[in-house]
Ligand binder design. Sequence first.
Ligand SMILES: NC(=O)c1ccc[n+]([C@@H]2O[C@H](COP(=O)([O-])OP(=O)(O)OC[C@H]3O[C@@H](n4cnc5c(N)ncnc54)[C@H](OP(=O)(O)O)[C@@H]3O)[C@@H](O)[C@H]2O)c1
Length: 263
Amino acid sequence: MPEKGVALITGASAGIGAAYAAILAARGYDLVLVARDHVRLEAASAALRGSTDVAVEVLPADLTRPADLRRVERRLLRDDISVLVNNAGIAVPGRLVDMPPDRLEAMLLLNVLASTRLARAVAPGFVARGRGDIINVGSVVGLNADRPGISAVYTASKAYLLALSEGLQNELGRAGVRVQAVLPGMTRTEIWEKANIDIDALAADRLMGAEVMVEAALRGLDLGERVTIPSLPDIADWLSFMAAREALRPNLSRSEAADRYGD
Ligand SMILES: NC(=O)c1ccc[n+]([C@@H]2O[C@H](COP(=O)([O-])OP(=O)(O)OC[C@H]3O[C@@H](n4cnc5c(N)ncnc54)[C@H](OP(=O)(O)O)[C@@H]3O)[C@@H](O)[C@H]2O)c1
């Protein structure tokens, strides 16, 4: 078995997932690459085999299809897996009232259900072995659900991943499992074109390269961060956000309604 074990990365054929594959290979992990497009996956794996000496498996799967999802779950049950990167995601543009229901469902099946089931599949082995990393690629939009302009359903799917990650860190952390939510800002990938947004129209100084984003995210994991926001310059801003949430906690559940709701 390889010393670092095997990292299974969903959405590994392009963008952020491809960057995770390249950087985890450089860190010595063998890889299982998951995405739908078999030809692209084979090309990505051939490039990695040519540039590194790690073993690379391809596992073509449409994670919105139950039979494919089960195949990926079965691969995660093997004890060589040491990292799961829940990265595959789509951003269906538009308002709820305009969104084709089947596209809405596909987005939630991929962004929410597949990520959760894959975590469910891998976690018992990680707990039994006392180690393992679950990396969930959310988004900064999950922190900004009140901001207009981005699909409410996409935003909610990313907020779910943040909440899931924080909860799983509580459930699994004591067993030695690390759970990290990665919240990228705008990152230069194909996701924009697929959402019919012209990437060149976005402010270049707000757009990060995928490799830069993933390098920072993995350094955040090395530092023991549960939540990593690669572009945030001052960690004190995140800590004060968390402190504000903590300050609400004692008053979030009480026997009496607040005075402002009285007669
Ligand atoms: N780019 C950004 O600005 C940005 C910002 C914040 C968060 N994110 C998040 O980062 C993650 C990766 O996004 P990206 O920008 O790298 O997107 P991307 O370039 O469009 O890549 C998406 C990857 O997911 C795979 N995929 C799509 N549908 C799939 C399905 N049904 N089953 C299995 N694999 C599927 C794609 O391959 P196939 O098409 O071959 O399946 C591809 O490998 C997403 O979760 C996204 O929400 C991105």
